[in-house]
Design a protein around this ligand. Structure first.
Ligand SMILES: NC(=O)c1ccc[n+]([C@@H]2O[C@H](COP(=O)([O-])OP(=O)(O)OC[C@H]3O[C@@H](n4cnc5c(N)ncnc54)[C@H](O)[C@@H]3O)[C@@H](O)[C@H]2O)c1
Length: 256
């Protein structure tokens, strides 16, 4: 399947997890990709795998902090120039931090909002002119099951993801007549650095009984990031042509 032949794609969070898996999926389907992340070591891993797969010639990497307005402005401009335009933006970059809400400091709260919500907004704002001049343009944003279902100790994260979901609906409406689609994926229980315990985990005294309803209903536990990458490839291709202003939950049925 070569649904991305000739398509020009910018992906954030591309040095790890779902963003990285999406880079490989879109390269495998013929796309040209600029892979952006704040983690340059992660980007090297992305590039090494693309080279090993024989598709490295269609990939470029870019160090980028999506929460830094000036960096996003110059980073998106450089990506558009390298690709010769832009057809697809995938906003996978994000952070997860957990804490008791009554102990959550403003810096902690603002950090999560500034990366997840404001960073996604900045990437969209700077990419829109090129996307609207592109071919069958699509934005894929990252919500989370936490946006619509209760996830304790994650008030800031859930708020950031709920904001992304609402923002996506507004953008889908605002630019739909110009041919732009905007959709969210809402993953849950996907194995990545974010969920492996290598990132900041739950409070030490977390009440784990609150998580019993978050167990996947299918499979043996968490799924790999490629399960989300496949859905993103569908959404950003012609197969998703009649899908906009909504979210697709990919969570193994944890929230049925
Ligand atoms: N794994 C899950 O179960 C799950 C569930 C719901 C939502 N998500 C969302 O999926 C997306 C991808 O997460 P993942 O699970 O692959 O986690 P991950 O930690 O493996 O990947 C996240 C990537 O984002 C990058 N990043 C973080 N801050 C950044 C910044 N300021 N600028 C640029 N890049 C930055 C990180 O370096 C990392 O490479 C995130 O938006 C996350 O919130 C994941």
């Amino acid at each position: 399947m070569n649904r991305f032949d000739g398509r020009r794609v910018l992906i954030t969070g591309a040095g790890s997890g779902i963003g990285q898996a999406t880079v490989h999926r879109i390269l495998a389907e013929g796309g040209r990709v600029v892979a952006a992340d704040i983690d340059t070591a992660g980007l090297r891993g992305t590039a090494d795998r693309a080279a090993a797969d024989g598709v490295g010639g269609r990939l470029e990497t870019a160090a980028l902090d999506i929460a830094d307005e000036a960096a996003v402005r110059s980073g998106v401009a450089a990506a558009v120039e390298r690709l010769g335009g832009l057809d697809v933006l995938v906003n996978a970059a994000g952070i997860l931090r957990s804490s008791h809400t009554h102990e959550t400091g403003l810096d902690f709260f603002n950090k999560i909002i500034s990366v997840n919500l404001t960073g996604t907004f900045l990437m969209i704002r700077e990419s829109l002119p090129a996307l609207l001049a592109g071919r069958v343009p699509v934005i894929v944003n990252f919500s989370s099951t936490s946006a619509s279902f209760a996830h304790p100790y994650m008030a800031a994260y859930a708020a950031s993801k709920g904001g992304i979901q609402s923002m996506t609906h507004a953008i889908a409406s605002e630019y739909g007549k110009q041919g732009l689609r905007a959709v969210c994926v809402a993953p849950g229980s996907i194995a990545s650095n974010m969920t492996s315990g290598r990132g900041p985990g739950l409070p030490e005294d977390a009440d784990m009984s609150l998580f019993v309803k978050l167990a996947p209903a299918i499979g043996q536990g968490f799924a790999g990031p490629e399960t989300v990458a496949g859905v993103i490839a569908m959404l950003a291709s012609e197969d998703g042509a009649f899908i906009t202003g909504t979210e697709i939950r990919i969570d193994g049925g944890t929230h049925m």
